[in-house]
Design a protein around this ligand. Structure first.
Ligand code: G3H
Ligand code: 13P
Ligand code: ZN
Length: 333
């Protein structure tokens, strides 16, 4: 199966009430682990790269790794998605690389840190929608603000999404999927006290908007992974994430896309630390990247089962970007 537009993957998920994980990648082993998990569980999948990941991989390397995933897995619907685009230029760059979906995060200014205002968000989102839809590419936007700062992404200040503003925003921008803030945050330290999410706000938003909803900062930060990282020399006291039961509830209440980066990082780190600690004589990267790839694939496969994605890879015929261009032009006619 060729790469498919993310809009199709999310709309199919919405119809059947399951969630689709969007897993962040920087390198070959992460992409291979995601695809191994998708194959094992027969799941559609969203592979996403941040601006930092694209820069780290010099753009072209990550592009070709994602294309390799599609070539090697013709039976799996894959969307190639830009995570946290910060400008029209960043969206254009990703689209030029062949991404079938882009996020424009106008909740923050172009520096990815400074909170923006509603008008700024609408204007920048509209400019990306106008550009991307002409090429059949899906657009995700964000309204409200997550907490947490991860390598410069995020403002550190939380702003729970206002449901009425979300409705207005969707109407004014024509965006395909909407990321909302209901108390999650990026990174491995999400909650100081109670692990509370604003499910009531999610319910209100679901009742008011008719497009797929996205949850960022959705890693669970499993204690078992933190224990392994710490056991083998790591230092991550007090790390916490979103319990899987919360994510399952969020999916039931209408979330379709679940963003996961941190848990993958933890799985890889825990396993590499274990190999280094238990087999200090090893120095071939395959001896630690290989096991890390297996552990990551297992983690993602279990998420695919928990999110309900498993078994849905063959449910639908893939749409092309050409099909999407026609669909968007009808809507705009
Ligand atoms: O939302 C942020 C993602 O976890 C990507 O993080 O910018 O460090 O690649 P990154
Ligand atoms: P986590 O840090 O919870 O994995 O969130 C990742 C994310 O939202 C990427 O956009
Ligand atoms: Zn995010």
């Amino acid at each position: 199966m060729a790469l498919v537009p993310m809009k199709q993957i999310l709309e199919e998920a919405r119809k059947k009430g399951y969630g689709v994980g969007a897993y962040n990648v920087n390198n070959m082993e992460q992409i291979q682990a995601i695809m191994a998990a998708a194959q094992k569980t027969k799941s559609p999948v969203i592979i996403q790269a941040s601006r930092g990941a694209l820069k780290y991989s010099n753009f072209t390397y990550l592009k070709h790794l994602m294309l390799a995933a599609a070539e090697e897995n013709p039976d799996i619907p894959i969307a190639m998605h830009l995570d946290h685009g910060n400008s029209l230029e960043s969206a254009k760059k990703a689209i030029s690389l062949g991404f079938t979906s882009v996020m424009i995060d106008g909740s923050l200014k172009e520096d990815g840190k400074t909170p923006s205002d509603y008008k700024y968000n609408v204007d920048v989102t509209k400019s990306v929608v106008e550009y991307a839809h002409k090429l059949g590419v899906t657009v995700e936007a964000e309204i409200g603000r997550l907490g947490g700062i991860e390598d410069g992404v995020g403002s550190g200040s939380v702003h729970i999404t206002d449901p009425d503003e979300a409705k207005k925003f969707v109407g004014e921008t024509g965006v395909d999927a909407l990321a909302i803030a209901i108390g999650t945050s990026h990174g491995a330290y999400k909650f100081k006290g109670d692990k509370k999410l604003a499910f009531d706000v999610l319910e209100k938003i679901r009742a008011l908007i008719d497009i797929p909803i996205v949850l960022h900062g959705a890693s669970s930060v499993p204690q078992e992974l933190i224990d392994r990282v710490n056991k083998y020399g790591g230092k991550m006291p007090g790390a916490t994430g979103v319990p899987m039961e919360h994510l399952k509830k969020a999916i039931k209440l209408g979330v379709s896309k679940i963003n996961v980066d941190t848990d993958g990082r933890l799985a890889v780190t825990a396993e590499i630390r274990r190999v280094f600690a238990e087999k200090p004589e090893k120095f071939d990267p395959r001896d630690y990247l290989g096991p890390a790839r297996i552990v990551l694939a297992d983690l993602i496969a279990s998420k695919m089962n928990d999110f309900g994605t498993a078994g849905h890879a063959g449910d639908y015929a893939p749409k092309t970007l050409q099909d999407m261009i026609k669909e968007y032009s009808k809507v705009n006619a």
